[in-house]
Design a protein around this ligand. Structure first.
Ligand code: IPM
Ligand code: MG
Length: 365
């Protein structure tokens, strides 16, 4: 197949991890006989430096024309001035909204060979395998009014948490559709004991649940869900929640996997085009050192193959190669190993095993 992929390396460690993921995609193209064409564009702090805006028109236009977008990370201390008019993160929010990507899919799995890395007891990690569906273009991050003003009583800041029933319905439906293919349990997380938007969320979730009688629906309040995520994580199958709760809970969930550097995500809307990025940030403290973990981005590339290009077998081969590399003890510095691999060595370890996985996949043809 022939596919056009936009790369948005962004800031900090973004270019390093996207570079490795691209090499893995190249290896997939070669082994499975595809052709991937890449174009690279600016997003985030690097775009502010070059164009004065975090999301240049040309970047958005290129993404709209592409089959899929692979993103590294945005942000860094250079652009962190709280008084600044433009911030790298605005670029990320604007591209999600601009491409209509309302669903952020974040799979979380505990890897048995990394159990010792987790601050949690091994028995708490047993069987942990769930997916968080985070609503991505609504809630506090986008609601209006938003802003700061001077008042006679002092400075005042406001953010607005707003959802329409339509926004809730489409994301909850997606969660149910995914659960049908998994263990058939949806946990909807809200704060319905306090927030009006959460009460609407819960009402709509119950309505949508009636369309899927084969899937069980449960509700949890976000504070207790945050606790259950570390005490009973294996009980979750598909979690669906609003934008900010999902943002916070997925960083927490990374502890279950062993490192924030391991987790991928897909941002999806209507149609097949999606934006794929690791859930970690730009990690300015280690940027440029060549030691960042590329696995979150490589697994994001696997999600790209599956969701946007329909290449399930190829996606599976990448995931299997990542698991094989990790099980063989090929680990980067964040995974607490004595002799850590560099970013490039980790990428190479995955590509080497991709050869084997691809050969196995072809034998089943
Ligand atoms: C994430 C990040 C972003 C978000 C930031 C950088 C805007 O934390 O993708 O989880 O909050 O969505
Ligand atoms: Mg986040």
């Amino acid at each position: 197949m022939n596919a056009n992929i936009v790369l948005l390396p962004g800031d900090g460690i973004g270019p390093e991890v996207v570079g490795e993921a691209r090499r893995v995609l190249d290896a997939v193209a070669e082994r499975f006989g595809h052709r991937f064409n890449y174009t690279e564009h600016l997003l985030g702090g690097c775009a502010i430096d070059a164009h004065g805006t975090a999301l240049p028109e040309s970047t958005l236009a290129a993404c709209r024309a592409a089959d899929a977008v692979l993103l590294g990370a945005v942000g860094g201390p250079k652009w962190d001035d709280p008084q600044a008019k433009v911030r790298p993160e605005q670029g990320l929010l604007a591209i999600r909204a601009g491409l209509g990507l309302y669903a952020n899919v974040r799979p979380v799995k505990a890897i048995p060979s990394l159990a010792a890395l987790s601050p949690l007891k091994p028995e708490r990690l047993k069987g942990v395998d769930f997916v968080v569906i985070r609503e991505l273009t609504g809630g506090l991050y986008f609601g209006q009014p938003k802003g700061r003003e001077q008042t006679p009583q002092g400075e005042r800041a406001v953010d607005t948490l707003v959802y329409t029933d339509g926004e809730i319905r489409r994301i909850v439906r997606l969660a149910f559709q995914l659960a049908q293919k998994r263990r058939k349990l949806v946990t909807s997380i809200d704060k319905a004991n306090v927030l009006e938007s959460s009460r609407l969320w819960r009402k709509v979730a119950i309505e949508v649940g009636k369309e899927f009688p084969d899937v069980k629906l449960e509700h949890q309040l976000v504070d207790s869900a945050a606790m259950r995520l570390v005490t009973h994580a294996a009980n979750f199958d598909v979690i669906v929640t609003e934008n900010m709760f999902g943002d916070i809970l997925t960083d927490e969930a990374a502890v279950l996997a062993g490192s924030l550097g391991l987790l991928p995500s897909a941002s999806l809307g209507e149609g097949k085009r999606g934006l794929y990025e690791p859930i970690h940030g730009s990690a300015p403290d280690i940027a440029g050192k060549g030691i960042a973990n590329p696995i979150g981005t490589i697994l994001s590339a696997a999600m790209l193959l599956r969701h946007s290009l329909g290449l399930e077998r190829e996606a599976h081969a990448v995931e299997a190669a990542v698991s094989a590399a990790i099980d063989d003890g090929q680990l980067t510095a964040d995974l607490g190993t004595q002799r850590p691999l560099t970013t490039a060595q980790m990428g190479a370890a995955v590509r080497e095993r991709l050869g084997r996985e691809a050969a196995v996949a072809r034998n089943f043809d």
